[in-house]
Structure formats: structure tokens, C-alpha cells
Design a protein around this ligand. Structure first.
Ligand code: SF4
Ligand code: SF4
Length: 162
């Protein structure tokens, strides 16, 4: 009889479950989900291929290969950009060390928690999968840029020689 009463009472309570995947629960502000690689407003990539994130990663989940930028074919400010950037999500432990290590704030852990794979290869996220979409007013990378404008890897950082 007591059990029946508990069941009856719960029929009038607000449900704690949601209809996933139609309905999605909002994540907390500090949630660490799938990584995102960011761009500047002009469309240039923030990642400069320095590999500090890969060095900081305790799970050896990140692989970065850098190449040289030119003003004719520029991906990011400064000398170098990441020609290859991969994260193996099966290795990642979502510690956030990569985000902390990045000098340009290029990589952050985002809100996406929908990570499932049919095979191991699909768990490797490439640069194209991680990069933010190009802002509406900007151009896709590589861009042709003016000589001498994007010489610094972190454009907003002051030049100590100035
Ligand atoms: S969150 Fe941690 S484990 Fe995952 S890629 Fe970044 S540093 Fe590596
Ligand atoms: S994401 Fe940041 S730390 Fe990693 S290679 Fe790019 S610029 Fe360097």
C-alpha cells in the first residue's frame, strides 16, 4: 500500500528526466566538452602551431604539425600555423591542460558532449572538424594579407621593442 502511495504521489511531481536527444540539457559554465579551435574576427586562425598544448597533454592525445605562413597564403598571424591538428578523443581525459597551455587562446573545451564512434579512427578529430566557422564578414583561410601587418603571433600583445 505504501509503495502504491509513493507511485501515486510521483505522478504529480515535475519529471527530472528529459526527452534526449530531442531535448538537451544545458551544461554548466565550466563544463569541459569537445575542443574548439578559434578564429579571429577577420577569419585568421588563432592557432600558431606551437605544440604547447601537445606538450602539456598528459594523455598524449594531441598531434600538431606546423608550417610556415606567407603573406600570399596566410592561415594565422605570425610565422607559423598548424598544417595538421588532431585530437584523439578516446585518449582525452578532459583535464583542460591544453587550454591552459595555449598562448593565443586558440583552443578551448566547448559544450559538445555528444561523442560516440563506430570505430577508433572516427574518434580522431581533425583541424577542419575542430575549427570555428568563418565569421560572416570574414574570409576563409588561407588569406592573402598585406605585407608586414601580421608579423606577430599574438596580434594584441604589445611589442616590447616599441
Ligand atoms: S583536455 Fe587534457 S587530455 Fe584532453 S587533449 Fe587537452 S590536455 Fe589532453
Ligand atoms: S592550440 Fe594553442 S598551444 Fe596548441 S598548437 Fe595551437 S597555438 Fe599552440
Amino acid at each position: 500500500m505504501r509503495g502504491l502511495w509513493v507511485t501515486f504521489k510521483s505522478m504529480f511531481e515535475k519529471p527530472v528526466t528529459i526527452q534526449y536527444p530531442e531535448e538537451k540539457r544545458e551544461v554548466r559554465k565550466r563544463f569541459r566538452g569537445r575542443h574548439e579551435l578559434h578564429r579571429y574576427e577577420n577569419g585568421l586562425e588563432k592557432c600558431i602551431g606551437c605544440s604547447l598544448c601537445a606538450a602539456a597533454c598528459p594523455a598524449d592525445a594531441i598531434f600538431v604539425e606546423a608550417s610556415e605562413n606567407t603573406d600570399e597564403k596566410r592561415f594565422s598571424p605570425g610565422e607559423r600555423y598548424a598544417s595538421t591538428y588532431e585530437i584523439n578523443m578516446l585518449r582525452c581525459i578532459y583535464c583542460g591542460y591544453c587550454e591552459d597551455a595555449c598562448p593565443t587562446e586558440a583552443i578551448t573545451l566547448g559544450d559538445n558532449y555528444e561523442l560516440s564512434y563506430y570505430d577508433r579512427r572516427s574518434a580522431i578529430y581533425t583541424k577542419d572538424m575542430l575549427l570555428d566557422p568563418v565569421p560572416a564578414t570574414a574570409m576563409l583561410t588561407p588569406q592573402k594579407t598585406e605585407t608586414g601587418v601580421f608579423t606577430r603571433s599574438v596580434p594584441e600583445m604589445e611589442n616590447p621593442k616599441d
